[in-house]
Unconditional design. Structure first.
Length: 223
């Protein structure tokens, strides 16, 4: 069953589309903001229906930020009809426009057509998200919005471990065992230095470091 992510700041619209597409045999997920949608991306939707006019982050910017990490078709919902708007949306990585008001039959037909034509060679990379941070596990890359942040192999391994276990506290000895390996010959004190470097890089680009120190206990990733 194809999974469709519906993003619109109007709950009535997401509920209407969710019900209709579910009745048409699709699995659905809904979000009423870009922040909510980011949390759903790791579920790897097969198609995204995206409203352009959203208050926290407009659909065009959201599309631009995620396009490198998400290969599925993105269909814009919009009241905008100018040629320039369409050119901009397609330039940001959108695949199609559906202009409001629209018929549900037309929407369903376009969804089906895009899913049938979806023949991208590369599969969507498994990703993790935290706010506007996107971590591509297969490509081993970290992006904040559309900007890549470079990390060493070990730094990336630490980010992947902490983010995968977000909210859980680990002491440096446990982190060392799980990231470096039980047979590693070294000292767990290196964990502190690597986390310091990760924090510095994240803060420089994102304005925050995502990793909390729980004094006397250890570290945890916080969304």
């Amino acid at each position: 069953m194809s999974k469709i992510l519906i993003i619109d700041d109007e709950p009535m619209m997401t509920e209407l589309l969710e019900q209709h597409l579910a009745d048409s045999g699709y699995g659905t997920m809904t979000a009423n903001s870009a922040a909510e949608a980011m949390k759903l991306l790791p579920r790897n939707p097969d198609l995204i229906i995206l409203d352009i006019n959203m208050p926290d982050m407009d659909g065009l910017t959201f599309c631009k930020n995620i396009r490198e990490h998400v290969s599925c078709p993105i269909l814009f919902l919009t009241a905008r009809v100018t040629e320039q708007d369409k050119i901009m949306g397609l330039g940001y990585g959108g695949d199609d426009y559906i202009t409001k008001p629209f018929s549900l039959k037309e929407l369903t037909a376009r969804v089906a057509a895009h899913l049938r034509r979806e023949q991208r060679q590369a599969q969507s990379s498994p990703i993790l998200t935290s706010g506007d941070l996107v971590v591509s596990l297969s490509k081993r890359q970290v992006f904040f919005r559309d900007r890549e942040i470079s990390f060493s192999k070990t730094e990336f391994d630490l980010i992947e471990f902490l983010l995968t276990n977000a909210g859980q506290v680990f002491d440096k000895e446990r982190i060392y065992e799980l990231v470096w390996g039980y047979d590693a010959e070294g000292n767990a004190d290196v964990v502190k230095e690597h986390i310091r470097k990760i924090r510095t890089k994240l803060t420089a680009v994102c304005g925050r470091d995502y990793i909390d120190t729980v004094w006397g206990v250890g570290y945890k990733w916080v969304h």
